[in-house]
Structures are given as structure tokens and as C-alpha cells.
Design a binder for this molecule. Structure first.
Ligand SMILES: Cc1cc2nc3c(=O)[nH]c(=O)nc-3n(C[C@H](O)[C@H](O)[C@H](O)COP(=O)(O)OP(=O)(O)OC[C@H]3O[C@@H](n4cnc5c(N)ncnc54)[C@H](O)[C@@H]3O)c2cc1C
Ligand code: FES
Length: 391
């Protein structure tokens, strides 16, 4: 409670300082954090690893960057644009799983940074923004995700990124990777925020711009532009995006790849702007931080018995009405693999050998995988007694 009050006081002070034009102090000074109790179910899958928070850096009044390291010194490898899934135990229930994109350079495998922006009323984001401190140990899955660019020295490309708020995180890793590894490539970033004080990585973007010159173009779009030099006033709506792309000389024929990440409404505007310009769909990549509205293929209205076979062991679990096979399996101690927990990565694939399930849509299964009987345990709700085979 006292810690929470101190955090609230600190945040209020930061907001006031921001209003007075003072920059936030970059490194958050916090007492060492307790080590959370071990996370049984996911750890026993053998895929979660424990990472330690080595530093907490204040980015804005409501966002912090956590520098994560492997306490054993092992490398942390990822492809720019990928995310890690944190398992955060907040109460007596199972740990909450939340994805956070790597924002650091993939060229430094000794550490990875993630940047967490507080979502109003959000359980995990508020907890991490307020309480994460050096020494905190977290179970982490991943990396996963295919919103990626694999930098290659010989590549020659134009990455055009459209980001809003915390959507900058995967873009940051992509920009760092492309600019560092590909001397013939360039990056154009349209970055939307409320005001100058809410820009995450403002100083780091300036540093990259100074380092890479004309190969990095950053256009800040601010609802309240204030006196930030070079920033334009406005939201990232379709008309503004189109105007900015025109200004950057990017027509439909331009040889560019588009990466879009931000609030759902902004992503819809970006999609509309790019479609209206005739940009081919295969040139546009999107990363959603919130699960899109889910369409369920059928309503699972009753609890169902499910047998999960893994490594020759059969576990019988009861999946409550509407629950997923993954949640019920983990709750019963079955070591099921998972990563994104939202149907996006395929890590929880199992084979349905008997019974019927409703699979939430969209999910990442191909038609061939579906035909083979593959289902995603994290979005599968049994409609009848089932048996699944886990790898
Ligand atoms: C692939 C992927 C990568 C991600 N990368 C990042 C990242 O780098 N940085 C980051 O800060 N977040 C990132 N997120 C979002 C993050 O995983 C959490 O969803 C977010 O921190 C909110 O969790 P919470 O527990 O605080 O909120 P919850 O307690 O789960 O939700 C509280 C309320 O907020 C709404 N909500 C949940 N998430 C969001 C959101 N992102 N925006 C607006 N409203 C939301 C919920 O619908 C709910 O009403 C990513 C998500 C995905 C899927
Ligand atoms: S855990 Fe990613 S698809 Fe199920």
C-alpha cells in the first residue's frame, strides 16, 4: 500500500514536472523487488525461462522500460519485431500472461528491453509500471511473432512504420536492426501521440536520427503539438497518414514495406489510407496489442471432459463451460506449451483425435493444419468430450 502511494505521488510529480516543461528522471529508483514465487504450470512445460529485471527506465509518466537479463548469462536472441510473453502472478490465481515486444537491438543478446505502457485499469501493465524494480524475476516465454524484419547486410529496403503510443516498441527494434545492419536501407516513421510528454523513446529516436542521417526520417504527429520542433499537429487518421506519405514521396508504386502497430482505431485508419492508395496487401504488416473482437465458432455451454495425452501420459481434465483447453490443462498441472495465449503464434498446437471443439477466430492455423486436425489449445473450447495429443 505504502509502495503504491509512493508510486502515485511519484507519477503525479512527474506529470506536474511535465506540465512545467521539466523532463522526467530517466532511471527509476526503487527498492529491490521481491522474487515472485515459482510458476508451476508454465515452468514445468520446460519452455518458460526466468529473466531478471536489471534496470527500470522511466520513459514517460505512464511507461517504463525494463531491461531483462538471463541470470545465468545465457544469450537472449530474438528477431526484431518479436515479443516475449511475461507470466505475472498477481494474486492466488494462475499467473497472468501478457505479451511485450522487444524494443532493444537484436545485436546485443546479453539483454532485452521491453517497454510497458500503463493501460487504464490494466492489471499487469499498472503493476509493472508501478512496482517493477531491479532484482525482480519473471517467468518469460518466447520470443514469438512474425511481425518481423530479419536484417541482412545486403538488403536494400524502405521500411515505413506507422506507430501510435506503445505501438512504437516492435518498430524500435526493427528500426535499430535495419539501420545498424543494412547500410543501403532506410526507415520512415510516422509516430502519433497525445503530446510531446507522452512520446516514448523521443530522445533515442533523436539519437538514431543523428547517427543515421537521412536514412531515418521521423515525423511526430501530436494531438497537442505544443512547441516540439518539427512535430505536426493532428491525429494519425487516414487523411493525415495519406498527407504524410505524400510528403515523403511514397506512392503505391514505391518499393516500401509498411509496418503498422498502435491503437485499434489508428490501425484501421492506416489500413484505410494504404488501401485507398492502392498499396498491395502483402506489403503491409500489422501487429495488434489488443486481441481483435473474437468470433467463436460455436458456444461451449457445458463443462466437458478432455483427455490430454503428452509424452505417453494421459491426463483427464474437466474444461469448464466456455474455458479453453489450455487454461484447464494448465490449471490441472498439465505442462502444455504456450506463448501468446491469443491464437497468434501456434506454440500451443495440439492434435484433436476425438471430439469437437469451437476455435476462436481469427487464429493463425492454415487450412492444411486444420485439415490435419491441429487445434490451438489457447483458443479451443470443447463442445463434446475430447481427446487431444500434445507434442
Ligand atoms: C503481440 C503483442 C505485443 C505487445 N507488446 C506490448 C508492448 O510492447 N508494450 C505494451 O505496453 N503493451 C504491449 N502489448 C499489450 C500487453 O500485452 C497487454 O495487453 C497490456 O499491457 C494490457 O494488459 P493489462 O493486464 O494491463 O490489462 P487488462 O487488465 O488485461 O485489461 C484492462 C482493460 O484494458 C483493455 N486493454 C488491454 N490491452 C490493451 C491495450 N494494449 N490497449 C488498450 N486497451 C487495452 C482491456 O480490454 C480491458 O478493458 C502487446 C500485446 C500483444 C498481443
Ligand atoms: S499460445 Fe500462441 S497460439 Fe496458442
Amino acid at each position: 500500500m505504502l509502495q503504491r502511494l509512493a508510486a502515485l505521488r511519484r507519477d503525479a510529480r512527474m506529470v506536474l514536472d511535465g506540465l512545467r516543461g521539466r523532463s522526467p528522471s530517466p532511471l527509476v529508483q526503487r527498492p529491490p523487488s521481491p522474487v515472485y514465487p515459482p510458476i508451476a504450470a508454465a515452468d514445468s512445460a520446460g519452455r518458460a525461462r526466468t529473466l531478471e529485471v536489471a534496470a527500470v527506465t522511466r520513459e514517460t509518466a505512464d511507461a517504463v522500460t525494463l531491461t531483462l537479463v538471463e541470470p545465468t548469462g545465457q544469450d537472449l536472441r530474438f528477431v526484431p519485431g518479436q515479443f516475449f510473453t511475461l507470466l505475472v502472478p498477481l494474486d492466488d490465481g494462475p499467473p497472468l500472461r501478457r505479451a511485450y515486444s522487444a524494443s532493444s537491438s537484436h545485436l546485443d543478446p546479453s539483454r532485452v528491453t521491453i517497454t510497458v505502457k500503463r493501460v487504464p485499469g490494466g492489471r499487469v501493465s499498472s503493476h509493472l509500471v508501478e512496482h517493477a524494480a531491479p532484482g525482480l524475476r519473471l517467468a518469460v516465454l518466447g520470443p514469438s511473432g512474425d511481425f518481423t524484419v530479419a536484417p541482412a547486410p545486403g538488403a536494400r529496403r524502405h521500411v515505413v512504420a506507422i506507430a501510435g503510443g506503445s505501438g512504437i516498441t516492435p518498430i524500435m527494434a526493427i528500426a535499430r536492426g535495419v539501420l545498424a545492419v543494412e547500410p543501403a536501407s532506410r526507415v520512415t516513421l510516422l509516430y502519433g501521440n497525445r503530446d510531446a510528454a507522452s512520446i516514448i523513446f523521443a530522445a533515442e529516436l533523436e539519437r538514431l536520427r543523428a547517427e543515421h542521417g537521412a536514412r531515418l526520417v521521423v515525423r511526430h504527429l501530436l494531438e497537442d503539438a505544443g512547441d516540439l520542433p518539427g512535430a505536426a499537429a493532428g491525429r494519425l487518421d487516414a487523411a493525415t497518414i495519406a498527407a504524410q506519405l505524400d510528403a515523403a514521396g511514397l506512392d503505391a508504386a514505391a518499393d516500401a514495406s509498411y509496418f503498422v502497430c498502435g491503437p485499434e482505431a489508428m490501425m484501421a485508419e492506416a489500413r484505410a489510407a494504404l488501401t485507398a492508395r492502392g498499396v498491395a496487401a502483402d506489403r503491409v504488416r500489422e501487429e495488434r496489442f489488443t486481441a481483435p473482437a473474437r468470433r467463436q465458432a460455436g458456444q461451449a455451454t457445458a463443462a466437458q471432459p478432455v483427455t490430454i495425452r503428452k509424452a505417453g501420459v494421459a491426463s483427464d481434465v474437466i474444461v469448464p463451460a466456455g474455458a479453453t483447453i489450455l487454461d484447464a490443462g494448465l490449471a490441472a498441472g498439465v505442462p502444455l506449451a504456450l506463448s501468446c495465449a491469443m491464437g497468434g503464434c501456434g506454440a500451443c498446437s495440439v492434435t484433436l483425435t476425438t471430439g469437437e471443439v469451437a476455435l476462436d477466430e481469427p487464429n493463425c492455423l492454415s487450412a492444411t493444419e486444420r485439415a490435419r486436425g491441429t487445434i490451438l489449445a489457447c483458443v479451443a473450447r470443447p463442445l463434446s468430450p475430447c481427446t487431444v495429443e500434445a507434442p
